[in-house]
Every structure is written in C-alpha cells, then in structure tokens.
Design a protein around this ligand. Structure first.
Ligand code: ASP
Length: 584
C-alpha cells in the first residue's frame, strides 16, 4: 500500500497512529536541529518533522529534499507543540514524526513556486500547466467542475433522461461560427466537420423516440477570439420530446436549484425572473442583462425633444429616441467623461451627453440648453439627487439601447456595483426569429435555423419576417448568457419555409440538411431543448473571470496549446495520405 491516508486528512483524532503518506515536498523550514517539511497532495498538506535525535540518516536524507520531490514517508502522528498549531490548515493540529523516508522521484527546480496565489504570467502557467494545476485553487476548481457534472448526471438520470454520445466526426451543424474541418483519408478530397453542437443529432434522437436526452458535449467553433472564448467548449446539452417552452425551462430550473444548493448552499427562488427580449433591451440595453444592479435605462424623448440641440432634433425627426441612465456616488473627471463618450461612439452611437446634478443646478456643456422645467422632469424620472450624473444617447432605438447597455456595464464594473457572491439568474424570452444582416443583405437566424417560430406569427413570413417571434429562451446569469434553447421545428414544410427565408437555396438545403428534412417527414414528434455552457457556469460559480481557469488544458487567445504546442506542422507523408497540399 502506497499510503494509509491523504495529506489533508490527519487531525487530532489520529494522534499516536502510525501512518504512511505520499506526495510532493511543499515547503521547508529548518529550526535549529529540526527539519520541518510539508508534504502535499490534492487533499492538503501535512507537516513532517525530522529530528536528528530520532535518526541521523533520515535527517541527512531530509536535508537533501527539495521542492516538488515526490516522497513516501512513514511516521507517527504527534500533536504540534503548544502555540504552534495552524488553525488555517485542516491538518494544522498535528505533525508526523518521520521514521522512514522513500524518495519516489526527484524534480527539477520548477519555473515557479507552487503557491496558492501566484503572479506568474499566464503564458508560463499554460506552458507548465501540470505544475500550475498542482496549485490548490486550481485543483479545487477541477473538483468544483467535477461536482457540477456529477450533479448534472444524477439529476438527469433521476428524471428519466438518457445520456447518449453523438459523433465528433460529422457534417457541419450551423451555430453561426466557422467549422473545423478534418480531411478524410478514405474519401480523398472530402472533409468531416467537427460539431459546433450536437443540435441535429439530438433532434434525430427525438425522431428516434429517445424522448429525453442529455450529454456533456464537446462543441467546436472556429471563431476569431473575442473576449473569453475557447475553440472547444463543453455544453450540458438537453433535448426533450412532447414539450413546450415551459417544460424545458422548468426542467432546467430544477437542475439549477440542485447545483446552487449543493455547490453554493444557496436556495434559488423559483420561478426565475423572465424578461422579453424587447424589455431586456429597452431597460438594460442588453439581451443578457446583469441584474445584480439597477441603473435602468429611461426614455426621455418626451422631456428633451424640444431642446435646442441639433443632434437631438435630427434624431427625433428620423424617428429615433433619447434614452439615459443615472449614476450615483461617483465624481467623473473631464477625462473620465471623454473616455465614456469614446466608448459609446465605438459602440455605434453618435455621441453621449452628460449632466452633473449639483446642489446649485446642472453642470454640463449643454446645461444652458436645459430649461428648469426639463431639469425637474429629469430629476423626477431618474430619482436623481445632487452628486449624481446623468448620461444620454440620442439615436435609433436599437443603436441607442445597445450603446447605453455597454455604458451601463462599464460603469458598473468601474464602480463595483456587482457582487461576486450574488447570483442573479433570468430567462430572456420572445426573441425575434431573424435578424437583418446588413453586410450580406439577408436574414440570419438569431439562434439557429431549427428554432420554431411562434405559430401566431407564421402569417408574417412573407410580409414582415422581422416581426416573427421565436419559441426560444436564453438563460442569463450575472450578465453572461449561460444557456440557450428553443422549441424546434418538427414540420418539414415550416423548416423549408425558414430555409427559404434565410435565402438558402433548395440545392444547398438538400445537400446540407437533406437528412433532417427526410427525418422530419417520418413522424418527428414536437420537441425542444437547451444547452448550458458548462465552462461559463463553472467560472461564475468559482468566482473567476476567465473560463480558462476552469478548463484543465485551455488554449490561448490565439488558439494555441502552449504545453503541447498544438497546432503544429505534420509530415509530408501524412498530407500525401490525405491528398492534401499545403500552400503557405
Ligand atoms: N444547439 C444550441 C447551441 O449550441 C442550443 C440548443 O438550441 O439546444 O447554442
């Protein structure tokens, strides 16, 4: 037996017992004659004592031990001397008086110390990920991820779902990103696509009668790196037959209750808040609003429409709106305000007006254009008091709310309005089915092309496609979209109608989605589902900013694995077998 206990297990209860431990040398302290070493494993650290009076040889051997050497020790558990206990450590009451030592492996001096808190650059951490993961907070996060996946598996198993694996080598499933392609050796010149999601397979499983499916599914999307994304991510993927939106949402709420309770000890209040897409955009300027803070957008078009300001006038003539938000408790310097103006312009708006409310009146370049009456109305609308600052954007509705939404988030971040230990979930519903892609002059699906339209909106297909609502729902947590799903189209003619509206030719439909249309013609049941982003959920619950902190071996922002150095060149022979020529 390598060990009798883990390094995080021994307490006062074990005093007097003979034990064997195995692990890594963590820290070393020499006190006069005595050598103290901590030995560490996934469960914690235990203090070892080497006393030359017990054994000169052992003491000499301990002197040679360095950080990260792997050892196995035998000894007796002792109470630490009076005043030396460490209450921060689970094993802080005891130490092991070593009677035998075996060096299992030596270690080079690591490029960084294995400490809980570390300011080592992320490049170095990722290159030596196996050392980075040795740090207690990292192992703890892997443990948290495991805990969540086990809750997921138990929950769905208990609710009559079955876990089914779907292929990785497959055909393109459009989720709005570029596909990763894998060349086929056996069919020269042909390619598999890695799945952007198991979407079509889970729908096939519903046609097959599987009825309730889930999978912890790896999804691959060849995206240009925006913020916090990875080329591959994991989804908690779910599909159900004979269900409505309510059924899918309440099934998921049940899962969230379990996760929040078991992982965070939080009792989630049901049902979760719901907002329509329109209300979310109008009130928070985002379809994934962070509800940990208020700072709501208010429409002030009626109040400011007569202001003698050209930009306001021209926006109103073009049927635009003026909306604003109010911020308390922050003094904005001129350069702060300039930065915010730039931010809003970068997000498409023509400009940002601001008004500082002081006890004496308003302070702003446009203050003299605001009448007393308007000032009173503004103060009333926002509940503003002296010291607050008001911000306004005048533009077309969609540009206006989106720009203010970005501003709202930026201000909240600066002022620390959101608490990390607060968890605000909400559903966003009633999305439009399509959005207009102005660059390519066509409609795109807001979710994916298999999302069902609301039946009452089918009449708008030819006249006003943008007025069609989708039977879709997104799950948002603390300003992050952590999931999304929909009731699917289960009728072939409706699916064809959507493909037509998206401008996909009949030939392309046949080539790409022929199997889906075929399957829908063989008695497809009404069905719907959802997918939750496991990485994001774990990151939020772990209280970290980046999903890379909850993925064992993530890639950099450039899609590179610094540890294995993937992607890498391959041998010409391999390319030849694949009938591929590389031009670089
Ligand atoms: N397949 C969708 C996605 O990956 C989720 C769903 O509709 O179930 O976003």
């Amino acid at each position: 037996m390598y060990r009798t206990h883990t390094c995080g297990e021994l307490t006062g209860k074990h005093i007097g017992e003979k034990v064997t431990l195995a692990g890594w040398i963590d820290a070393r302290r020499d006190h006069g004659n005595l050598i103290f070493l901590d030995v560490r494993d996934r469960w914690g650290k235990t203090q070892l004592v080497f006393n030359p009076d017990d054994s000169r040889d052992l003491h000499a051997a301990a002197e040679k031990l360095r950080s990260e050497y792997v050892v196995r020790v035998e000894g007796v558990v002792d109470k630490r001397p009076q005043g030396t206990a460490n209450p921060k450590l689970s094993t802080g009451e005891i130490e092991v008086r070593v009677s035998a030592l075996e060096l299992l492996n030596a270690s080079k001096t690591p490029p960084f110390e294995i400490l809980d808190e570390s300011d080592v650059s992320e490049e170095v951490r990722l290159k030596y990920r196996y050392l980075d993961l040795r740090r207690a907070p990292m192992l703890k996060r892997l443990g948290l991820r495991h805990q969540i996946t086990q809750i997921v598996r138990r929950y769905f198993d208990g609710h009559q779902f079955i876990e089914i694996e779907t292929p990785i080598l497959t055909k393109s499933t459009p989720e709005g990103a570029r596909d990763f392609l894998v060349p086929s050796r056996l069919s020269a010149g042909c390619f598999y696509a890695l799945p952007q999601s198991p979407q079509l397979f889970k729908q096939m499983l519903m046609v097959a009668g599987a009825d309730r499916y889930f999978q912890l599914a790896r999804c691959f999307r060849d995206e240009d790196f925006r913020a916090d994304r990875q080329l591959e991510h994991t989804q908690i993927d779910v599909e159900m037959s004979f269900v409505t939106e309510e059924d899918v949402m309440s099934e998921l709420e049940g899962l969230l209750i379990e996760i929040m309770h078991k992982v965070k000890g939080i009792k989630l209040q049901l049902p979760l808040k719901r907002l329509s897409y329109q209300d979310a955009m109008n009130t928070y300027g985002s379809d994934k609003p962070d509800l940990r803070f208020g700072v709501e957008l208010k429409d002030v078009t009626a109040i400011l429409k007569n202001t003698d300001l050209k930009i306001f006038q021209s926006v109103i003539q073009a049927k635009g709106v003026i909306k604003g938000l109010s911020i308390s408790g922050q003094e904005f310097s001129r350069s702060d305000l300039d930065h915010l103006v730039t931010l809003v312009k970068e997000n498409g708006a023509q400009g940002l007006a601001w008004l500082k409310v002081t006890a004496e009146g308003l302070e702003s370049p446009i203050a003299k254009l605001i009448t007393n009456e308007q000032r009173k109305e503004l103060v009333k609308t926002f509940g503003t008091k002296p010291g607050d600052t008001l911000f306004f954007v005048a533009d077309q509705w969609s540009t206006c709310v989106k720009a203010l939404g970005v501003l709202r988030n930026r201000l909240a971040e600066r002022l620390n309005l959101a608490r990390r230990d607060e968890f605000k979930f909400l559903w966003v519903v009633d999305f439009p089915l399509f959005e207009w892609n102005d660059e390519e002059k066509r409609f795109d699906s807001l979710h994916h092309p298999f999302t069902a339209p609301k039946p009452e909106d089918l009449k708008y297909f030819d006249s006003e496609p943008l007025a069609i609502h989708a039977r879709a729902y997104d799950l948002v947590l603390n300003g992050t979209e952590i999931g999304g799903g929909s009731i699917r189209i289960h009728q072939r003619d409706v699916q064809n109608q959507v493909f037509r509206a998206l401008g996909i030719s009949q030939a392309e439909v046949q080539e790409k989605f022929g199997f889906l249309l075929d399957a829908l013609a063989y008695g497809a049941p009404p069905h719907g589902g959802i997918a939750l982003g496991l990485d994001r959920l774990c990151a939020i619950l772990a209280g970290v900013d980046s999903i890379r902190e909850v993925i064992a071996f993530p890639k950099t922002q450039k899609g590179v694995c610094l540890m294995t150095e993937a992607p890498s060149k391959v041998y010409p022979k391999q390319l030849k077998e694949l009938s591929i020529q590389v031009k670089t």
